[in-house]
Design a protein. Structure first.
Length: 358
């Protein structure tokens, strides 16, 4: 048990990586297309909901400090419904991985290779992610801990340069209520940051006084995203929907900075490291769900199944980057509605029932 647990600090860093995942690349442009600069307020609203989900996790963890999610679910709703929930979470994390991979692949294709390199990308990424998942939660959490501040430094440099390029305050309150809430619903799949914590609830070693440590990292991640959105909208304003990589595009006015050279290299390296870690977290989420559905199969089998399903779905169903964006705004929000909101509500009820029994 000792080799598989993570502490509060590592948990907070995992949360920050999940908060940044899929939010600092393409999402600012997509939200602007639907709700103009009011996409900034959409982020605040959805983050507030995410914090409620985090509160459910803290409550459940306090009531079941050492039990697995599988034990908690089977105890209250039975084995069959428990497996259904795990299957839903497997699908959820599979498509989270597909979305993250598609966005990063399109970014690297535009910025680095300028041509198709799908096979090369899979050969480079899949084995590394597989090794991280098989190595276990504690190992790749320590790796994230090692590179975390380097990633934050890269993002901080981009934000500072972007702030220099800022053109003033964005024009807010331009979207109608229907545009605001419809856009919010279309992009809830880019959230679901803390549902991963429920899957590893038994692997998180955290004392009551250490919840503040986790929360500080979460506030850091939310602050980074909101500052990025504000700077991005202040720079591009009317044309924000045309810029599909926010972290790099806020540097575009100052790509050449005296003797430093091209500053977009900083954003590129930061995005590559961040993408690897978010892909690892999502793939591990799939693996954890698989191991709880098929108890007799170990993590190695889950990795093999994940690779086969990932490549089949990517090449047959997704195919193009535009298709993944279409799914992200059409039926994936309904999957996210169930995985990221209904399941935490169920777990909240379970935690309350536990409290009353005590």
């Amino acid at each position: 048990m000792k080799d598989t647990t993570i502490n509060a600090r590592q948990t907070g860093m995992l949360c920050t990586i999940m908060i940044l995942a899929n939010k600092i690349f393409l999402l600012p442009a997509l939200l602007y297309e639907g709700a103009k600069s009011d996409g900034f307020f959409i982020m605040i609203m959805l983050f507030a909901i995410e914090l409620c989900v985090l509160g459910v996790f803290f409550l459940l963890k306090s009531k079941y400090p050492n039990n697995t999610l599988n034990f908690i679910l089977e105890k209250h709703i039975g084995k069959f419904l428990s497996k259904i929930i795990y299957i839903v979470l497997m699908v959820f994390f599979l498509f989270k991985t597909l979305l993250a991979y598609s966005v990063v692949y399109a970014y690297l294709k535009a910025q680095v290779y300028q041509e198709e390199f799908a096979l090369l990308a899979l050969i480079c990424i899949i084995p590394v992610v597989n090794h991280a998942v098989i190595s276990g939660l504690r190992v790749f959490s320590r790796t994230i801990e090692l590179y975390f501040y380097a990633i934050c430094t890269g993002i901080f440099i981009c934000l500072v340069v972007g702030l220099i390029n800022s053109q003033g305050m964005p024009f807010f309150f331009r979207a109608t209520p229907s545009e605001f809430f419809l856009t919010s619903f279309k992009h809830i799949f880019s959230f679901g940051d803390f549902i991963f914590l429920f899957l590893i609830i038994d692997k998180i070693k955290i004392e009551k006084k250490e919840y503040k440590t986790v929360f500080k990292f979460i506030v850091l991640g939310i602050a980074i995203v909101l500052i990025l959105f504000y700077i991005f909208y202040s720079i591009y304003q009317i044309t924000a929907f045309m810029h599909n990589s926010a972290l790099t595009d806020i540097l575009s006015v100052s790509l050449q900075f005296n003797a430093v050279g091209r500053l977009d290299v900083i954003a590129m390296v930061t995005i590559m490291f961040l993408s690897f870690f978010e892909l690892t977290i999502f793939a591990f989420g799939f693996s954890e769900g698989f191991c709880n559905v098929f108890h007799k199969l170990n993590r190695t089998y889950s990795v093999v199944v994940f690779d086969v399903i990932f490549m089949c779905v990517y090449f047959i169903l997704v195919g193009r980057y535009e298709n993944m964006l279409l799914y992200n705004e059409s039926w994936l929000p309904y999957l996210s509605l169930f995985a990221n909101y209904l399941i935490p509500i169920l777990l909240f009820v379970i935690a309350i029932l536990k409290r009353r029994r005590n």
